[in-house]
Design a binder for this molecule. Sequence first.
Ligand SMILES: *Cc1c(COP(=O)(O)O)cnc(C)c1O
Length: 499
Amino acid sequence: MDTSPPGVGTFLGTGAGSATYREAMDAAVDAVLDASASGPYSGETYDELEDEFDVDTLPDTGSDLTHVVEWVGEHVLANSVVTSDPTCVAHLQCPTAIPGLAAEAMLTALNQSMDSWDQSPAATVVEESMVEELCSLFGLPNAADGVFTSGGTASNLLGLLLARDRYVTETFGQRVQDEGLPPEASDLRILCSDAGHFTAQQSAAVLGLGEDAVVSVPTDDDYRMDPEALDAELARLDDEGKRPFALVATAGTTDFGSVDPLSALADRAAEHDLWFHVDAAYGGALAVSDRHREMLAGVSRADSVSLDFHKLLYQPISCGAFLLRDGSHYDLIDRNASYLNPEADEEAGVSNLVGKSLATTRRFDALKPFVTFQTLGREGVAELVDYTLQLADDVAELVERDPALELAADPTLNAVVFRYRPSQQHSDRETSEWVDTVNRRIRDHLLERGMGVVARTEVDGDAYLKFTLLNPQTTVDDVADLLVSVKQYGAAIESEVNE
Ligand SMILES: *Cc1c(COP(=O)(O)O)cnc(C)c1O
């Protein structure tokens, strides 16, 4: 019987494996570079792609790896959105910084898992020091702690979970992780602005409180939570005998990049003994910028913070962090698994990060910002962020000056929301429905022709277009060209319907 292991040369660690690895990585890099050179999108529709991928995805027998990688390049990568293209400006989906890509290649190849120290020795220490550095960047005290997460969704859930458990423990002396929720839980309330992210509601649902437990606080004209409206909601909840326990502030709303007035909200949170969670998934990046950090004033008073590196900090997905003002609150969800974090390790001072996260097996994502900051420095990263904020201001000015376009609001970060205004000749059609239709079709036209990847959104029920200008390689001229296309298609759609 042949006792040599199967698949020799298919894994790292043998001579044959190493040669295969180099060859495959070279082919993968070539495929990525080819795809990146071909515009923002191929224009293929969903139906066309379904036809193209009518292949046997689980074949009984395999084929040569280099060929498979090439096939993926020609079919999958060629029909992917190219986030590094200057006209790929739809969502909070960033072009990836090359240091982050190098880190990603390294961390996935060695497959360290962050749940226990013996699966990630150096990685555990790197992540802990990265978290410590982030806590001090946000002005949190020495007792602060945190963990890397898959992103804002996971970070917001963890923040609200700890907020809920702290409240229930302090109010009812009941440990939710063991005993579940008390009957009074139906009165628990979370306050968040009406421009906040839907993951506040989603978290409330997952936490067994229901989405209706999230009280939506009105915003001002700049889409920031209105502190007086918050006072009114708190007074109402008090009258109704409800139990507000958490206030979620947003630093960087998805559509307008607005930053809630964090200091004023921190005052309310302190006054009413609410857990103050700052969702800085998008805007937290301002903390690296000497020019813009002031917009986050008050974040240092947060009980917990969500930060995404895979948005305005240019890291490959996924890469987020959760920061906790008082690390001892992790006791609320503490658990010991004898095979991952035995008490003996704790006594010996060895960290096993499993207790800080809702994930067990977890990626060494901290290496990506680590390599990026080592390479560019904080100031280098800040330059990227600062440039895009300036770009958004310049683009907003272009839009405002153009009678064929209408700006929804001044950008706070780098998202510009606007719409095409159909020309006066068609004033009879200028019902809001018609304006909506034209704008939606402009976005579809641009995508289907591979001219640009632009987002659509709604403002007070009306259709708008959105540029999220995360790419530091995009110039004002690139965006001006895109605006010309927006107007050309807009006019073409109008005359089409007119004929
Ligand atoms: C993106 C975003 C989230 C969700 O984060 P993911 O990284 O997508 O999980 C939550 N809140 C805000 C403000 C965001 O911008």
